[in-house]
Design a protein around this ligand. Structure first.
Ligand code: PLP
Length: 470
């Protein structure tokens, strides 16, 4: 592509992006497609000769966009939000334009140093003590694996890395029953084995019971096993339950166990002073993860991973073959030693753009708006005779179910499954479900940048209308 062509198409694309962002609310949230529909309309083999950009872009507009799920839509209430924002998109464009590979300081000095600055800004915003240092990972799942690997290395005094698996020590890991599936995956991948993952029961609010954690640890120690890592969640995926981190941290300290705090979604709320109470004890963790790509307006992917002891990270991940040695290694941070991948994208730029564009107060205002809307929705659910709220609402997620009188639990599960399908079939909104205490529950997360009160009002209306039709 000729530079002048690039310029012209680049301008066209920015125009398209601006129109898309302002008009996405008028599109259906979810596409009306069946498996294979898109693929069938695409050529099965690559073109021999280059095509004009207009042809590519036309196919993007006509074939790809109608097959996309619009996470940007103000009616997006599913899963957890995955936000972006105009400054983050512009930052991604510049990252793409430079195409730098930021594995070490020398391969892009400014990328490394900006990552240090952005991670330290975010640390201050979260109210974390100065001893925490941060690194951007691709996802919270990778960060969980990194934490489990570091914990394994520490618990075996480095023997796991040399001898493999858990060096024959019988390492164990603990997490609540509601902890994210990435913990199971990490336990598998890090060689602990799923049989060594203890799922600790929770209380009525789905938060981990520290007394049960203490008992499980003592039983394992008595059986000759070695507890290596506890994962505490602040904001579980099903219901945003908050584990009692201060009590869990005290147990970890007593037994010398690595504490990983998973705040992938909710962590962003720690920038709001009046919500910081939910994060009590977080400063006692060995590692903490939160996703600016969920609730802090930064394009996927951008996961912030903080550790207290950077040596524990380096001793797990640092491997320096001759061809990667540089003259500055003693004075600089080489982020390739802070995680699994060697090659790294320049992710700090978009986060830096977001923090500077909105300012800390601007970001707080957005989170406050979402939390207030969730509280309002929770109130409507509570006031409605036919609906039941099934978990506390500390952040932006409301878990509820339709509960007309005289139905069995099994019938209620079926009714709510149908209700969710009906509501989503409008394609005006998208919600998802989970199971809490064995019950089928509808989850509605308010966390999209563009979501305003009118959208929550509309969703609640669609839900009640669909319930009345069942
Ligand atoms: C979303 C989420 C994850 C996984 O995040 P990814 O960045 O998609 O890997 C892990 N834990 C919790 C609590 C989450 O909400």
């Amino acid at each position: 592509m000729h530079p002048e062509e690039f310029r012209r198409h680049g301008h066209e694309l920015v125009d398209w992006m601006a129109d898309y962002l302002s008009g996405v609310g008028d599109l259906p949230v979810t596409p009306a497609v069946r498996p294979g529909d898109i693929r069938r309309r695409l050529p099965t083999s690559p073109p021999d000769q280059g095509e004009p950009f207009a042809a590519l872009f036309g196919d993007f507009r006509d074939l790809i966009v109608p097959g996309m799920t619009h996470w940007n839509h103000p009616g997006w209430f599913a899963y957890f939000p995955c936000n972006n924002s105009p400054p983050a998109i512009l930052g991604e464009m510049l990252t793409a334009a430079m195409g730098a590979q930021c594995m070490s300081w020398a391969t892009s000095p400014a990328a490394t140093e900006l990552e240090q600055v952005a991670m330290d800004w975010l640390r201050q915003m979260l109210g974390l003590p100065q001893e925490f240092v941060g690194v951007i990972q691709d996802t919270a799942s990778t960060a969980a694996l990194v934490a489990l690997l570091s914990a394994r290395e520490r618990a075996t005094g480095g023997a796991a890395g040399r001898r493999g698996m858990d060096a024959g020590l019988g390492l164990t890991v603990y997490a609540s029953r509601e902890a994210h599936s990435s913990i199971d995956k990490g336990v598998k991948l890090a060689g602990y084995g799923l049989d060594r993952l203890r799922r600790i029961p929770g209380d009525a609010a789905f938060a981990l019971d520290p007394a049960a954690l203490e008992r499980a640890i003592q039983e394992d120690v008595a059986a000759g096993l070695k507890p290596a890592c506890v994962v505490a969640s602040i904001g579980t995926t099903s219901s945003t339950a908050v584990d009692p981190v201060p009590a869990i941290a005290a147990i970890c300290r007593r037994h010398g166990i690595w504490l990983h705090v998973d705040a992938a979604y909710a962590g962003a709320a720690a920038i709001v002073p009046e919500l910081r109470g939910y994060f009590a004890g977080m400063e006692a963790a060995d590692s903490i993860v939160l996703n600016p790509h969920k609730w802090l307006l930064t394009n996927f992917d951008c996961t912030a991973y903080y550790v207290r002891d950077r040596d524990a990270l380096l001793s797990t991940f640092s491997i320096t073959p001759e061809y990667l040695r540089t003259a500055h290694d003693a004075e600089v941070v080489n982020y390739r030693d802070w995680g699994i991948q060697l090659g790294r994208r320049f992710r700090a730029l978009k986060l830096w753009f977001v923090i500077r564009s909105y300012g800390v107060e601007g970001l707080r205002a957005i989170i406050r708006r979402h939390v207030a809307l969730a509280a309002e929705l929770a109130g409507w659910v509570d006031q409605s005779a036919d609906f039941e709220r099934v978990a506390p609402v500390p952040f932006g997620l409301v878990c509820f179910r339709y509960r007309p009188v005289g139905k069995s639990e099994k019938e209620l599960d079926g009714l709510n499954e149908r209700l969710l399908a009906e509501v989503n079939a409008t394609r005006r909104v998208c919600l998802t479900h989970t199971r809490l205490g064995g019950r089928y529950v509808i989850r509605m997360v308010i966390g999209q940048r563009a979501t305003e009160r009118e959208h929550v009002v509309e969703a609640w209306k669609l839900i009640r209308e669909a319930a009345a039709r069942l």
